[in-house]
Design a protein around this ligand. Structure first.
Ligand code: SF4
Length: 331
C-alpha cells in the first residue's frame, strides 16, 4: 500500500451471498477504486444490530459468504484491508466519544432514518433504539478511525456523510486536527433492476447471485419481466422499458444496438433474447465462480484474509485512538 494514496473506507452489512445489484451498486466500483486509493473494506456487523438485533446467528456465515464474493469479484487482500468491524473494538470507543459531540435533535432530523422508519413501518418515538438513532455516529467512527478522505456512497447515504463531516470539523476545532474531513463519492450505477423490475434485493426474492450456476441463471431469467405491451411474438418491443435490455447494456454493451434493432423490429423474440442474455451474464460471472471455487477448496482461506485484515485495521485504528485520547485528555 502506498502511503501517498488517499484513503477510502467503505463497508456493507453481512448479508451472505451477493447478487448483481450488490455488484453493480458497490462492489464493481470498489474493485476499480483499489488502483487509486488505499482501501479499507469493512464487514459492518455491528450495523446489523441497529435494526436486526434479535437475529445474530447468521452473522458469521453471512460474513464468510460475503467476503468470499468480495475476493471472487476482485478485491485484493494484498493491497486492500478487508476486515470485520466488531473485531476492531476501537470503533466502539471512538463512537462513544463522538456521540458526545452530536445532539439527538440532529440525529432525529436525519432523512435516512426517517425513510427507514417508514420502510420498516416503525414508530420513530417508540420503535427506534438508541443504537439505531446513533447509527450515523457509529458510521462516522468507522470512517474517521481510518482517517479516510473519501467514502463511496449511494445517494441515500449522503446525509450520513454530512454528519461525519460535521463531527470531524467539530472534533478538530475543539481538540486539534486529527481527522481529514471526508468527501462522499457518489457511485454511478446505484439502482439495478431485479427480475421483477423492482430494485434487485434479497428480501424481494428477485435476484441473480454472483455464485449462481449458468443453469440457475437460465431458470431465473425465464421468470424475468419484459415489455408488458409485447403480447405476441410479432409485436415490436420497447427495449427502453425492458429490464432484459438493461442487462444487455450492462453485461454486453457491444451487443445492445443489435438487440435494440431486433426487438423493435420484432425480428428477435423475448424467449431467445432472455436465453442469450442469461448466457451473457453466466459468461460475465464465470471468472468470479472460478475464483469462488478456488477459495472454497482451500479451507480457512477466507478466514485468514479476514484475520490479516483485522490486524492491519487494528493497527491503524490504534494509532488514531492514541491521537484522539491525547487530544481529548481522556484514556
Ligand atoms: S426482445 Fe429482449 S429487449 Fe425486447 S422486450 Fe423482449 S426481452 Fe426485452
Amino acid at each position: 500500500m502506498s502511503p501517498s494514496k488517499k484513503i477510502i473506507l467503505s463497508g456493507a452489512r453481512p448479508t451472505g451471498r451477493l447478487h448483481l445489484g450488490n455488484y453493480t451498486g458497490a462492489l464493481e466500483n470498489w474493485v476499480a477504486l483499489q488502483k487509486d486509493y488505499r482501501c479499507y473494506f469493512m464487514v459492518a456487523d455491528w450495523h446489523v444490530l441497529t435494526t436486526d438485533y434479535e437475529h445474530t446467528a447468521e452473522i458469521p456465515p453471512n460474513t464468510r459468504e460475503m467476503v468470499t464474493d468480495w475476493i471472487s469479484a476482485g478485491l485484493d487482500p494484498e493491497t486492500s484491508t478487508i476486515f470485520v468491524q466488531s473485531h476492531v473494538r476501537e470503533h466502539a470507543e471512538l463512537y462513544l466519544l463522538l456521540a458526545m459531540l452530536v445532539t439527538t435533535a440532529r440525529l432525529e432530523r436525519n432523512p435516512t432514518l426517517k425513510e427507514q422508519v417508514r420502510d420498516l413501518e416503525m414508530d420513530q418515538g417508540e420503535g427506534v433504539s438508541y443504537g439505531h438513532l446513533g447509527y450515523p455516529v457509529l458510521q462516522a467512527a468507522d470512517i474517521l478511525i481510518y482517517r479516510a478522505h473519501v467514502v463511496p456512497v449511494g445517494e441515500d447515504q449522503l446525509p450520513h456523510i454530512e454528519i461525519t463531516r460535521e463531527l470531524a470539523r467539530k472534533f478538530n476545532r475543539l481538540y486539534g486536527d486529527v481527522f481529514p474531513v471526508p468527501e462522499g463519492k457518489l457511485t454511478r450505477f446505484a439502482r439495478f433492476p431485479g427480475l421483477d423490475g423492482r430494485r434487485m434485493s434479497k428480501s424481494l426474492g428477485n435476484t441473480i447471485e454472483l455464485a449462481d450456476s449458468p443453469e440457475v441463471i437460465q431458470t431465473k431469467i425465464k421468470t424475468a419481466f419484459t415489455d408488458p405491451q409485447r403480447k405476441r411474438r410479432s409485436d415490436p418491443g420497447r427495449p427502453e422499458v425492458c429490464l432484459i435490455y438493461t442487462y444487455w447494456q450492462k453485461f454486453r454493451p457491444e451487443r445492445a444496438p443489435e438487440i435494440y434493432e431486433g426487438c423493435t423490429t420484432a425480428k428477435l423474440g423475448c424467449v431467445d433474447c432472455k436465453r442469450m442474455v442469461g448466457e451473457a451474464i453466466a459468461e460475465f460471472l464465470a471468472p468470479l465462480r472460478d475464483k469462488r471455487r478456488e477459495l472454497e477448496s482451500t479451507p480457512g482461506a477466507v478466514d485468514e484474509v479476514i484475520r490479516d485484515g483485522d490486524e492491519k485495521a487494528r493497527s491503524a485504528a490504534r494509532s488514531t485512538m492514541d491521537a484522539v485520547r491525547e487530544r481529548m485528555h481522556v484514556g
